[in-house]
Design a protein around this ligand. Structure first.
Ligand SMILES: Cc1cc2nc3c(=O)[nH]c(=O)nc-3n(C[C@H](O)[C@H](O)[C@H](O)COP(=O)(O)OP(=O)(O)OC[C@H]3O[C@@H](n4cnc5c(N)ncnc54)[C@H](O)[C@@H]3O)c2cc1C
Length: 455
């Protein structure tokens, strides 16, 4: 079997590569290999009734399959170079922004029309943040919502499926370099291709590392973000979320001068479990559908840890902390801010008596037994800083879920075409370490498709 282009992974990166190739080079034969299921077969067995926690399925319906890790996400496409990845360092700021806008245009013609675009431009909150030692980052945010995001993916798949050959439940096991292209191996077969685009996301990070080792591609790994998910009454943040939807705010702690930032804000949303390599961490969603909205807003507060030599395993460090919370709580731990302040664990009674109704069934416990002091101090400092721009953030009943870990893939050594030392082998999306978001991953997909078309 020989083909023109093989794409490994059908997350946003892979999908947008396939889409661009289909539109701009319809004569090219493209095959997509995806470890997970088609979109309509992606069903997480946790139903809160019979199955309450992760049963570690062979492929995780949340992380794997058409749509990738983003399929059931909140569908926030942040159009910015300020966060979400470092694509601009490879291709330039203007080109990166234009590609993100191009992706937004495609989403808008595939079911996203009518969704709202928020922007920090000219926002009065910039000054308010500055006055309180906080920095509001610049961005335009398209909020699709989990439901519309699904519709967009469904529409993209329906358009792609007659032009692109999809192989689901087919994890690629290895890539071999040939004199005239690449041999892509999977259980029970292989295919040869002129070009290969690897877009395996975070769930494929360990495999990506093996590929880089096998093919002598240099990598670098030194960052992990660790923190908690904050849940509070939506009214407390409504002046910010109504205007900006998601505000990315950064605080520099006075004690250690660490950067703590808000991440993934979900107005009227829910807190959810996330499973990474069998470790349960926390995340959040929100829906466009008014009937699914809750009375709470949630967001993460994360502290970035950059390690220096000799330590290399930043993700291992994050995993160990998450494992500790799983060990103590059997999964995610929840604690009232007031209990954390008083140095006591939360229990069911205190949570039930509180004014914030938790949207995730987590184990009441003590996060100070899980998070390193430096990280916990930074988070508490930031909660007090946020309390100045959103009074009530530091209320006793504010809930903190832990731990939230944002793992970063190791950075793969790539050139300005996102191409490895092996010409024709491109690594894109979160699996490359270059992107950490829907918009950047998608933009990187369009970019390499164009590079392939240009020849
Ligand atoms: C719960 C959740 C919420 C999120 N919310 C947002 C948000 O609102 N906004 C935002 O910008 N970002 C969000 N993100 C992050 C976003 O989803 C990712 O940045 C984005 O999906 C990365 O796209 P990708 O194509 O690089 O990788 P992925 O989406 O991870 O896709 C990679 C695909 O490759 C497949 N794969 C892996 N290994 C192999 C293999 N060996 N062979 C074949 N296939 C393989 C996987 O099954 C997967 O489907 C969220 C993530 C999660 C988990």
């Amino acid at each position: 079997m020989r083909t023109d282009v093989v794409i490994i992974g059908a997350g946003p990166g892979g999908i947008f590569s396939a889409y661009e190739l289909m539109k701009k080079a319809p004569n090219l034969k493209v095959k997509v290999f995806e470890a997970g299921n088609p979109l309509d077969k992606r069903k997480c067995p946790i139903d809160g009734d019979k199955v309450k926690s992760c049963i570690k399925c062979p492929t995780c319906a949340i992380m794997n399959g058409f749509g990738g890790a983003g399929a059931f996400s909140d569908g926030k496409y942040n159009i910015t170079n300020d966060f979400g990845g470092t694509l601009y360092q490879y291709i330039g700021k203007e080109k990166a922004l234009n590609l993100m806008k191009y992706v937004d245009d495609i989403n808008m013609t595939h079911g996203g029309e009518g969704t709202k675009m928020f922007s920090t431009a000219g926002s009065e909150f910039k000054k308010l943040c500055m006055q309180n030692k906080l920095t509001l980052l610049d961005a335009s945010v398209r909020h699709l919502g989990t439901d519309i995001n699904y519709v967009v993916l469904e529409n993209l798949y329906n358009e792609l499926k007659d032009h692109v050959e999809f192989h689901f439940r087919t994890p690629v096991t290895s890539i071999e370099k040939l004199d005239n292209g690449f041999k892509i191996n999977y259980d029970g077969g292989s295919v040869e291709a002129d070009k290969c685009i690897v877009s395996v996301g975070r769930s494929g990070s360990k495999w990506m590392e093996e590929v880089c080792n096998d093919l002598n591609i240099d990598t670098l790994s030194n960052r992990v973000d660790i923190g908690v998910r904050v849940e509070l009454p939506a009214a407390i943040f409504s002046h910010l979320t109504d205007a900006l939807y998601e505000s990315k705010i950064v605080y520099r702690t006075s004690k250690f001068e660490d950067a703590v930032r808000t991440f993934c804000m979900n107005p009227n949303g829910i807190v959810v479990n996330e499973n990474t390599n069998g470790i349960v961490t926390v995340n959040g969603h929100s829906f466009e559908d008014p009937t699914k909205k809750t009375e709470n807003t949630n967001f993460a507060l994360l502290v970035s840890k950059h390690f220096t030599a000799p330590f290399k395993d930043s993700n291992g460090y994050g995993e160990s902390i998450a494992r500790l919370s799983n060990m103590l709580g059997g999964g995610v731990i929840v604690q009232r801010f007031g209990d954390l302040e008083r140095g006591r664990r939360s229990n069911l009674k205190r949570i039930e008596e509180g004014t914030v109704r938790p949207t995730l069934d987590a184990t009441p416990g003590d996060l100070s037994l899980v998070l390193p002091k430096r990280i916990l101090d930074g988070i508490m400092e930031m909660i007090y800083a946020l309390d100045k721009i959103a009074p009530g953030t530091a209320n006793d009943d504010t809930l903190l879920y832990g731990v939230e870990v944002k793992f970063y893939n190791m950075e793969v050594k790539l050139d300005e075409n996102l191409e490895t030392i092996h010409k024709g082998l491109y690594i894109i999306g979160d699996g490359s370490g270059v992107t950490h978001s829907l918009s950047h991953a998608s933009a990187s997909g369009v970019y390499v498709a164009r590079k392939i078309i240009e020849g």
